[in-house]
Each structure stands twice: as structure tokens, then as C-alpha cells.
Design a protein around this ligand. Structure first.
Ligand SMILES: O=P(O)(O)OC[C@H]1O[C@H](OP(=O)(O)OP(=O)(O)O)[C@H](O)[C@@H]1O
Ligand SMILES: NC(=O)CC[C@H](N)C(=O)O
Ligand SMILES: [Mg+2]
Length: 492
């Protein structure tokens, strides 16, 4: 997953973009970048690593301008090359910089088309470079007397017709303004907000509403599926939903794991959704296992905490923080490479023995993906003296790859792929394993929201809202599995 932000301000924006990116850091830890626009000139700085490592104070000060965009990256295409860091830039038909969250499922074909038909050269393996070039090509036919809102909307319509997949993007167009758009199914999230500055209104676009809270902007709304938001350099806001809008199916994994709990996505509080996930899971446990012998409920920090508290409450069992997290180690799931992920779990989590010794413990996690975390913490719980170790997951078994912006491309790496729940339980070494049902999860997340068509729950159900070309998943696995990546690295 990646994080995007864009601001059309009335005073320099670089420091605010920097702050926004630190707020979105949980969405991508591999690379970060900012591009600003100052008097027709784009200024850019980007690099590999966390936001605080990429930007010195001088670097931020050098990014002058009252309009700009920022990006934090967690790759789903290409790898961790510096030239794949975003925002990316093209200079034809005018200066355009773009930051993208998501993943295109037809980028190979588009890349060939761009080369052969549109005479554009793609220089990296990044699908975001493809998206940027499609946008640039669509704008190119429409720049006769400058770019007006209708031209921008028509160009983004062209993007919707050509680009399949999940995408929320923010682009800066020199001399024109800031453009943001969201894929026709609304898979990836994006919101727009406003703030009254003494000099006039300022606008912001971001992946998550928490950025607006902290930077003092009012949330106007989510960007709708298939909607384009265009803010001119004078601070005029234009919006249009395309006829190509298809469904309203945000990514379920945002609510389960990715987003911060203090964000609102598509009118749903992530925090409340997680509380309801915990309640629903408790109901299932009580139904299937009324005579359970759980002595204590312990969350696997951080993300599962919100769901774990109401779960323990509903079971009538003590909630204890028995696993302590080292706050200086980032999210392990989004680290590149299985080796790094395995090492990090142990360095990141440690058990407080007295909460485990001679007890039947229920560990609660938000999700079990590769099983990296669960295998290790179950072992840790046993070493700390637990009598029985049970595990509950607030989401169903992850059996299918994600193709819309979360880097789980290979079914063979998912611990639940092709396995029954009993087999998974054995593999991770638990005494009992309880998963949330998909129907209960969707009900818990949706709450009373009637606007959504449903969710993209493909990693749980294997049903992909955009449909997939025959052989796509096999090709993705052969290109992006951990083994394939290691092999590529070894052969230079
Ligand atoms: O089965 P796995 O492949 O291990 O993936 C699932 C785990 O990874 C995530 O935690 P992570 O450490 O990334 O972040 P968190 O601190 O936000 O929970 C998630 O919350 C699960 O704990
Ligand atoms: N996780 C994401 O949103 C990744 C964006 C883009 N596909 C990249 O690899 O840079
Ligand atoms: Mg976790």
C-alpha cells in the first residue's frame, strides 16, 4: 500500500506535506518523495527509506511553492529501486508529477501500447509510471488553449477506460493545478478537505482522513469511485464523477489492517469497524465454543488491539497486554522479503511471562497472512509457560493474492492457501484456531452504510471486482513471489 497527499495552499506546503507523509507512514516504509510547484517550476526530492530518513530540514526548505504532492511507497510492482520512488515526472505535453496508491492489473499491456501506439517510453517496472504516461497521453490531445476542467475530466475518463485495477492518484500539472482521481470501483481510498486560511481557502487530498484532522483541514468528503477532483492554482475546486464509475467496493483490507483506526474511509470509521469485528468474533466463539476454558485474552500489537478489547469484554475474560512491541520497529507485514519479516517479528514483539504462565491464552490478531507472526508468537507464548495457546483472527483465512495494491502476489506464500482451518492450525502450532466468517466481517464493517455496493474482499473470497485476465495470477506469482525476487537479486 502507499500513501498519497496533495495540497493547494496559500503559503509554502513542503513542511505540511512532510507532516502528512509521516502521518501516512504506516502505508509505506520503503520510499518517500515530495514534488512542489513554484512559479511554473517543479521541485522534487525523493529517496529510499522512511520519511524522516529521506528528508533533511534543508531538503524540505528547498522545496518551495504553495502547491505540492507527496508519496510514501510500499511497492507492488518493480522493487525498491530509487528510480521507482514517487512522485514520478514526465515533461510532455507539460510538466506532470504523479503519486499513486494501488496496482494496475493491465500495466504490461498498457506499457506495450504506450510504446508502440503513443510513442512513450516506460523506463522502470513500476505500474505508476504507466499510469502517469497514460494520463499524460490523454492530456496531450487536449492542451490546445491551456487545460480547462472539462479537458482534465475528459483525460481522466480516458485513464478510466484504459487502466484496470485499484488506484487513487494525485497529480501536479505545471501551470494548471492539482488533479486527484480514484478508480471506477473505489478500491483504493482518497478524501478531499478544505481549510479557511486568512489568504483564502486551501485544499487537501489524502489517502486517509487522519491527515486532515492533524493538519487542521475539514473533511469535505471521500472522492467517489470514478471521481476526478481538480483544484486550480487559484484555489478553485472542480469535481466530476465519470460515466465509467462502476461500483462502490472499497478494499476490505484497509479496514482490517491497513488504515489507521482514527481514519474515516467511505463514511465508515475504521475504529468502529474494528470494534464491531471484535464483537462479531466473540459471538462466533461463544456460539461454537460455549464451554471455552480461556483464562486471558491478549492482542497481537498493534493493529488487533481495537478488535481485541470488545472481544474480551464480550467473552467476559480478562484482557491483558501480554505482548510488548518495540516501537522503533516498523510494520513487519509490509517489509520486503520473508527473511526480514521473520527476523523483525521476534525483535518487535516480546512476551510478559506472568501473563502466560500456567494459563490458557487466547491470542487475537487482525489477520493471518503468511503466518509469519502467528507461528512465532505462539511459540513465544509456549516458551513463556502457557498451558494452551488459542488464536483468533478478526478476518477470515487469506487464501488468495491481492492484486490492487497490497503486496501479497503469490498464493503459495499464504499460509491459508489450499489448507483447511485444521491444517492451518497445525502449521502455525496453535491448540485451536478461530477465524471470523466473511459475511460477519462484511456486516461488521458496513454497519449502517447503505451507499456501498459491497467490498473488495478478494483476498478472502477469490472474487476480484475488476475481473482478471486468464493466467494473470500465475504470471504475477512467477514474477513477484519472494523466490522469484531473490533469484532476480542474486542474478543482479
Ligand atoms: O501473517 P503475517 O504474514 O505475519 O501477517 C499478519 C500480521 O502482520 C500485520 O502486523 P504488522 O506487524 O505488519 O503491523 P501492526 O503492528 O500494525 O500490527 C498484521 O497486523 C498481523 O499481525
Ligand atoms: N502499494 C502501492 O500502492 C504501490 C503503488 C505502485 N504500484 C508501486 O509499486 O509503487
Ligand atoms: Mg499485527
Amino acid at each position: 500500500m502507499c500513501g498519497i497527499v496533495g495540497i493547494v495552499g496559500r503559503s509554502p506546503v513542503a513542511a505540511r506535506l512532510y507532516d502528512a507523509m509521516t502521518i501516512l507512514q504506516h502505508r509505506g516504509q520503503d520510499a518517500a518523495g515530495i514534488t512542489t510547484l513554484d512559479d511554473g517550476r517543479m521541485r522534487s526530492a525523493k529517496g529510499l527509506g522512511l520519511v524522516r530518513d529521506v528528508f533533511s530540514e534543508e531538503a524540505v526548505t528547498g522545496l518551495t511553492g504553495e502547491v505540492g504532492i507527496g508519496h510514501v511507497r510500499y511497492p507492488t510492482a518493480g522493487c525498491d529501486q530509487p528510480d521507482e520512488a514517487q512522485p514520478m515526472y514526465v515533461n510532455s505535453p507539460c510538466g506532470i508529477a504523479l503519486g499513486h496508491n494501488g496496482n494496475l492489473i493491465n500495466s504490461e499491456r498498457l506499457s506495450r501500447e504506450l510504446f508502440v501506439e503513443d510513442r512513450r517510453h516506460i523506463n522502470t517496472e513500476s505500474d505508476s509510471e504507466v499510469l502517469l504516461n497514460v494520463l499524460a497521453h490523454e492530456l496531450a490531445g487536449r492542451t490546445r488553449d491551456g487545460l480547462h476542467p472539462e479537458d482534465i475530466f475528459a483525460a481522466v475518463d480516458g485513464v478510466y477506460q484504459r487502466c484496470r485495477g485499484g488506484y487513487a492518484a494525485v497529480a501536479l500539472i505545471a501551470g494548471v493545478g492539482l488533479v486527484a482521481f480514484r478508480d471506477p470501483n473505489g478500491i483504493r481510498p482518497a478524501v478531499v478537505g478544505r481549510r479557511e486560511a486568512p489568504e483564502g481557502p486551501e485544499y487537501i487530498v489524502a489517502s486517509e482522513s487522519v491527515v486532515l484532522d492533524i493538519l487542521g483541514f475539514e473533511l469535505i468528503s471521500d472522492i467517489a469511485p470514478g471521481e476526478c477532483v481538480f483544484i486550480t492554482l487559484d484555489g478553485e475546486l472542480h469535481r466530476k464523477v465519470s460515466d465509467h464509475a462502476a461500483s462502490y467496493t472499497p478494499c476490505m483490507f484497509e479496514y482490517v489492517y491497513f488504515a489507521r483506526p482514527d481514519s474515516m474511509i467511505d463514511d465508515l470509521s475504521v475504529y468502529k469497524a474494528r470494534l464491531r469485528m471484535g464483537e462479531a468474533l466473540a459471538e462466533k466463539i461463544l456460539q461454537e465454543w460455549p464451554d471455552h476454558d480461556i483464562d486471558v485474552v491478549i492482542p497481537v500489537p498493534d493493529t488487533s488491539r481495537t478488535a481485541c478489547l470488545p472481544l474480551a469484554h464480550q467473552l467476559g475474560v480478562k484482557y491483558r497486554e501480554g505482548l510488548i512491541k518495540n516501537r522503533y520497529i516498523g510494520r513487519t507485514f509490509i517489509m520486503p522479503g520473508q527473511e526480514a519479516r521473520v527476523r523483525s517479528v521476534r525483535r518487535k514483539l516480546n512476551a510478559i511471562s506472568l501473563e502466560f504462565r500456567n494459563k490458557n491464552v487466547l491470542l487475537v490478531d487482525d489477520s493471518i497472512v503468511r503466518g509469519t507472526t502467528s507461528k512465532q508468537i505462539i511459540q513465544m507464548a509456549r516458551e513463556a509457560g502457557a498451558k494452551k495457546v488459542y488464536l483468533a483472527s478478526a478476518s477470515p483465512p487469506v487464501r488468495y493474492p491481492n492484486v490492487y495494491g497490497i503486496d501479497m502476489p503469490a498464493a503459495s506464500e499464504l499460509v491459508a492457501s489450499g489448507r483447511s482451518e485444521e491444517e492451518i492450525c497445525r502449521v502455525i502450532g496453535a491448540d485451536r484456531l478461530i477465524y471470523q466468517d466473511l459475511e460477519a466481517l462484511e456486516k461488521a464493517v458496513r454497519g449502517k452504510n447503505q451507499r456501498l455496493t459491497g467490498f473488495d474482499s478478494s483476498c478472502f473470497s477469490g472474487e476480484y471486482v475488476t475481473g482478471l485476465d486468464e493466467g494473470y495470477l500465475e504470471e504475477l506469482e512467477s514474477r513477484r513471489s519472494d523466490a522469484a525476487r531473490m533469484q532476480r537479486r542474486r542474478s543482479g
